[in-house]
Design a protein around this ligand. Structure first.
Ligand code: NOJ
Length: 739
């Protein structure tokens, strides 16, 4: 009986969902029938609002006229209950009265800023990330906005690329899980609920692989890498029900993604049966002219609509050209109808046809924004995002009865940099600097000293002397170094990713005082800081943590929260190693160790190994892995193996560990990576506590794309590895997959 009830329940749900869908399709038919071709094309057009040079949209008569004339389906950068209502009122004056969709880049929080997505990924905590997106969605929806251009699910293996900050890092398995969680978080119980916004999986596809890490540059990659590494997070977003996709600026093997029918039609809409719509990236339809792929915007519009780009974000190619392209029989009207249908479907699902103003409610906005509950969620996410890189001699956690602590470094009192790139509706009143966070924690018993030492990108050391004097008076020095909020993000590619300016020299000067030093690195990407890593006893990577940054850092520094973050991206020793990632393909001449260079796949001047590996991160406690057992050493194609081991907290603090499972296919018809993350569990253990942890392995976990690009597993030998980081495997065993 126990099993029948849920099944009946699920069936009822899916029947009612199907009935609901059918109803919507009928409604779309009835609207489409009444629309002129121009009105249909209008639905595929999107303008920006208030970030425009001409000022707020409400002051822009030309745009308002286009809305009134039914020439617009959506706007981005219009936000707030009042402003969205005002603009929607104009749409309601159009002949068809089709409501607008408002979209916005809510990448890591709206009014309450959350840690940047890469930082959140370091938590490996899917429920927390889903919740972070949930909170952002609630605030966004309460501000009249229906759609966020997130999550960015681009795999990123190159920290020179500034947009690594927006994604989940380098790993496909972790990235896919996070993509799924974030889409679920944004869309909550489903579109139509007043606390849900449409998610947008972007940038489709392979944008993260821009050559040389230069934003907007070409992407050239094998089908295997595309299908195995870059596409799965997008598929996960589809599976999670992502309402929309955004295509990308880059070319993929010579074809702009925006004009790429293989990506948008063959894969997304046909193979994956995607029913949402695809928005272009900003101006990317027009940019096909700059790419030299289309001779003018007219041809760009033709190529884009044929390739499956449904909505034109700000390139103004569709509105002036599509009608003529239809008249000239270059674009079948059925393609326009299909794109409009996809857009209208979302408007129905959002409930906008019933009430176009349902999201624009000032009372709800007032209640929702910056609420204590939302701030609490941001604080918790920030604590989880911090990665403890080094803690020699247990410098951390700090004792709460220290007399004098010095905060030194250009980011020590910074509030705005804690936000990170893509922060939206933040206000100065809700930012907590490191200095303030420490003050909040310590009260008056501990004296807090401060010296800036230098600016973030300074070449001058004139502030060092004062900083050293301040350091000498303190029991402990907490240093705050890293990047300013506009140093990582869109169009923020760098060839030099060392800690900027003279900050590392400042660290050397302070360390020379002989006082205990803790360095906090605040940044949007993996940075290089080899001297610090080799010489300073305690280092925490805090990324950009958002509204509650200072409080989160203080909680971790004093042990009120035991750090558990693990790096979602490899940290190189030098830019010359890039791209450097843990799941590289095997070579015929592997180096046995960092010194093994003779006719080996190695560098003469640096080891192959990174400074900090994917999956790495410490805790204030220690963990022991033991008793690995496999339920069988042979796996049948339709069977499974249970893997179990004992995880023990062997230290003095309660703490969490992310136990990671990696697999290697030892020989296959296509050369496989040296290891691939295939599962993980984040486990809380009290000091001294042990737990039996189990994982399941089945054929799916061993599958890959063969020479014919067919997904499946091949019989043979596999290596199972369980560890605390990709480069710190604690347990391993071989098993075989048999026919
Ligand atoms: C360009 C960016 O690539 C994209 O991610 C963003 O959503 C749009 N601009 C809109 O701001």
């Amino acid at each position: 009986m126990k099993y029948y009830l849920p099944l009946a329940f699920v069936l009822t749900l899916s029947f009612s969902a199907a009935a609901q869908n059918q109803k919507i399709e009928k409604k779309i038919d009835s609207v489409l029938k009444l629309m002129t071709l121009d009105e249909k094309i209008g639905q595929l057009n999107q303008y920006t609002g208030d970030r425009d040079a001409t000022g707020p949209i409400t002051n822009n008569p030309n745009k308002l006229k286009d809305i009134r004339d039914g020439k617009l389906g959506s706007m981005l950068n219009v936000r707030g209950a009042k402003e969205t209502r005002e603009v929607q009122e104009v749409a309601m004056q159009s002949r068809m009265k089709i409501p607008l969709i408002f979209g916005l880049d809510v990448i890591h929080g709206y009014r309450v800023t959350f840690p940047i997505p890469l930082a959140e990924a370091a938590s490996w905590d899917l429920a927390a990330m889903e919740n972070a997106a949930r909170v952002a969605a609630r605030e966004t929806a309460a501000s009249g906005v229906h759609w966020t251009f997130a999550p960015m699910v681009d795999i990123a293996r190159d920290p020179r690329w500034g947009r690594v900050m927006e994604g989940a890092g380098e790993d496909t398995y972790l990235g896919s899980k996070i993509a799924f969680a974030r889409v679920k978080g944004f869309q909550g119980k489903g579109l139509g609920n007043l606390d849900a916004v449409m998610a947008c999986a972007k940038h489709f596809a392979a944008y993260g692989a821009a050559i040389a890490g230069r934003d907007y540059a070409a992407v050239d990659m094998s089908d295997h890498t595309l299908w195995e590494v870059y596409l799965p997070p997008f598929k996960a977003a589809v599976d999670a029900g992502a309402a929309t996709f955004m295509n990308s600026f880059n070319t993929l093997n010579g074809i702009p993604a925006t004009g790429n029918a293989y990506l948008q039609r063959d894969i997304l809409k046909d193979k994956w049966k995607y029913t949402g719509f695809v928005v272009s990236d900003w101006g990317s339809i027009g940019e096909m002219v700059d790419h030299g792929f289309a001779k003018n915007k007219t041809q760009a519009a033709e190529l884009a609509i044929k390739a499956g780009s449904d909505m034109d974000m700000e390139s103004r190619s569709y509105l002036p050209n599509l009608a003529k392209l239809v008249a000239d029989k270059k674009v079948p009207v059925a393609l326009i109808d299909d794109a409009v249908r996809r857009v209208l479907r979302k408007k129905f699902e959002l409930g906008l046809f019933d009430d176009p103003y349902r999201f624009s409610n000032e009372a709800r906005q007032e209640k929702e924004l910056n609420s204590p509950e939302n701030r609490k969620a941001s604080l918790s996410m920030a604590e989880k995002s911090i990665v403890l890189l080094k803690n020699n001699n247990q410098v951390l956690p700090l004792a709460k009865n220290l007399k004098k602590i010095a905060v030194i470094g250009p980011l020590g009192k910074s509030e705005k940099d804690m936000q990170g790139f893509w922060s939206i509706a933040w206000e100065k009143d809700n930012l907590v600097s490191l200095y303030q966070g420490l003050k909040n924690k310590l009260g008056d018993k501990t004296e807090l000293l401060y010296a800036k030492g230098c600016e973030i990108s300074d070449s001058s050391k004139t502030g060092f002397a004062e900083a050293v004097e301040v350091a000498k008076q303190a029991d402990v020095i907490v240093m705050a170094v890293g990047e300013a909020l506009d140093m990582s993000g869109e169009a923020k590619s760098k060839t030099n990713i060392h800690i900027p300016g003279v900050q590392e020299d400042l660290i050397k000067a302070i360390q020379a005082t002989g006082k205990p030093v803790v360095v906090l690195v605040m940044a949007g990407r993996p940075l290089i800081f080899n001297w610090t890593a080799d010489n300073v006893p305690a280092i925490m990577y805090t990324w950009w943590l958002g509204s509650e940054a200072g409080n989160a850092m203080a909680n971790v520094l004093f042990g009120d929260y035991n750090p558990a973050g693990k790096l979602p991206m490899t940290f190189p020793r030098d830019e010359g190693q890039i791209p450097v990632y843990y799941n590289y393909l095997s070579t015929g001449r592997p180096a046995k160790n960092d010194k093994d260079t003779r006719y080996r796949s190695a560098y003469l001047d640096l080891p192959n190994s990174p400074k900090f590996a994917f999956g790495y991160g410490l805790s204030y406690t220690t963990f022991e892995y033991a008793d690995l057992a496999l339920s069988a050493t042979e796996l049948k194609m339709d069977g499974k193996i249970e893997v179990s081991f004992t995880l023990k907290n062997t230290g003095k603090y309660d703490g969490e560990e992310v136990a990671q499972l990696y697999l290697q296919d030892k020989f296959a018809s296509v050369v496989r990576p040296v290891k691939e993350l295939k599962d993980f569990q984040k486990v809380m253990l009290k000091a001294g506590e042990s737990k039996k942890i189990t994982f399941l392995i089945n054929k799916e976990k061993l599958s890959f794309y063969n020479q014919q690009l067919k997904w499946g597993a091949e019989a043979g030998d596999f290596k199972l590895m369980i560890g605390t980081a990709s480069n710190n495997i604690k347990l391993e065993k071989d098993f075989a997959l048999v026919e």
